[in-house]
Design a protein around this ligand. Structure first.
Ligand code: PLP
Length: 421
């Protein structure tokens, strides 16, 4: 995927410095082989089980990447009408699309019913009632699974933990039987199964084992109550190795073995929704050094990427490896690597030892394929970084850099503004 050949950093067989010179910086660079390999790992691991691999679009929703995964056979996990539109445009088969999220609106529910998606993962009773009303009103049947909150601690960052009782997601597993009983009385609803998703960047199988145990018990109870449960959606969340100092994440094989052991006897179809583990390590953010600044206490490496391009370091305190596009054999210098945005939080790394850098050099922030480009903002009126997909010795721009005029033209001065949005 990304590695040195000699002293030069390569994306597959393309020298990253050549890309930077051709396209300007900053930009995201993805490896097609990296994405494909990660997807195939799940496919291989789950062989023998009836599984739909529904890629979680929110990790990276570039049309080229969704399309590549759709060609490999992936479905999609979407959390908004926008993502649903992206999945359909990328030719993901509707019968492989699941729709999650706590706040599906009426237009989104109608869009999903029009498309004929596989399943709504329902997060509350009021949402279930809205889906029932809309589907019944159109003479349709919506296929639903309740997202169960199994109340387990995924031991991940608090902002991306979703399976504890205090999190906003799903319905508490203790109220699940009552919710299914209610669902069975509603028109326009067909109950297909149960769903869960306990968080992201999960680095141990233990929380999964606990949650799967609760789900297995619940499936037995629901069947005893007379519901036809034939699908279990396990969500996503498997972590990746951003750093050598963290526990290494479970492999897709270990994860699939746990599914076999804990849920295999239930004779269900499975859905899995991996996002991060498919794309994170298949992407880097390439940036140019603007200045090297001698602070009184530190050396700052000021680069042209910022927190608006890649939020994870400032939002989650996330560690990301930084690779210079050209290595030199020198002893290395400890830098604080920072962006141009007017916030101290616009820091990618503190006290990071890199080969000595000079203005004009390029660096690659690794592990940036997931929750990178999708979380970009326009803060400081910075243009969103374009995206490049590399395949072997070839590459294509898969998202262009926007231009300032079209950005600024979205605004109207008072006299030109209208009354509707
Ligand atoms: C975010 C999300 C995923 C994907 O999580 P990853 O950690 O990226 O694998 C899957 N399912 C749901 C419902 C999600 O919200």
């Amino acid at each position: 995927m990304f590695a040195y050949r000699g002293d030069d950093y390569f994306a597959e067989s393309v020298r990253v410095r050549d890309l930077a010179e051709a396209c300007g910086t900053p930009f995201y660079c993805y490896s097609r082989a990296g994405i494909e390999t990660a997807y195939r790992r799940y496919e291989t691991a789950f062989r023998g089980l009836d599984v739909a691999i529904c890629y979680a679009l929110k990790a990276n929703s570039n049309q080229a990447i969704i399309g590549l995964l759709a060609e490999l056979g992936a479905g999609a996990d979407v959390v908004s009408g926008g993502e649903l539109r992206r999945a359909l445009r990328a030719r993901v088969a509707p019968e492989k699309i699941v729709f999650a999220g706590v706040a599906k609106t009426a237009p989104e529910i109608e869009l999903a019913l029009d498309a004929g998606i596989r399943q709504f993962n329902v997060e509350s009773v009021p949402e279930l009632e809205a889906i029932s009303r809309i589907a019944a009103g159109r003479g349709q049947e919506a296929v639903v699974a309740f997202r169960i909150n199994p109340d387990v601690d995924a031991h991940t960052h608090e902002k991306i933990s979703t399976g504890k009782s205090e999190d906003k997601f799903g319905i508490p597993w203790r109220s699940a039987r009552a919710a299914y009983r209610h669902a069975a009385t509603l028109p326009g609803i067909r109950i297909a199964g149960v769903a869960m998703h306990i968080g992201s960047q999960i680095l141990s199988l233990d929380p999964y084992a606990q949650a799967f145990g609760r789900i297995a018990d619940l499936v037995a109870d629901l069947r005893a109550d007379g519901h036809a449960i034939d699908t279990i959606d396990l969500g996503g969340g498997l972590g990746v190795a951003y750093s050598n100092d963290q526990p290494s994440p479970p492999s897709a094989n270990e994860y699939a073995d746990l599914v076999r052991q804990t849920l295999g006897h239930l004779d269900c179809r499975f859905v899995i929704e991996p996002g991060r583990s498919i794309v994170a390590m298949a992407g880097v953010l390439v940036s140019r050094v603007i200045y090297v600044k001698e602070g009184s206490a530190r050396q700052f490496l000021i680069i042209d990427a910022a927190m608006n391009d890649f939020l994870r370091p400032s939002m989650y305190g996330a560690y990301h490896h930084i690779a210079p596009a050209k290595r030199n054999g020198g002893p290395g210098v400890a830098y604080d690597v920072v962006g141009p945005v007017c916030e101290t939080g616009d820091t990618f790394a503190r006290n990071r030892t890199l080969p000595e850098q000079a203005a004009g050099d390029f660096v690659a922030i690794e592990g940036a394929g997931a929750y990178g480009s999708v979380m970009a903002s326009g803060y400081n009126t910075r243009l969103n970084a374009p995206e490049i997909l590399v395949a072997g010795d070839d590459y294509r721009v898969i998202r262009k850099r926007p231009d300032y005029d079209s950005l600024i033209d979205l605004d109207f001065v008072w006299g030109d503004g209208e009354k509707t949005c």
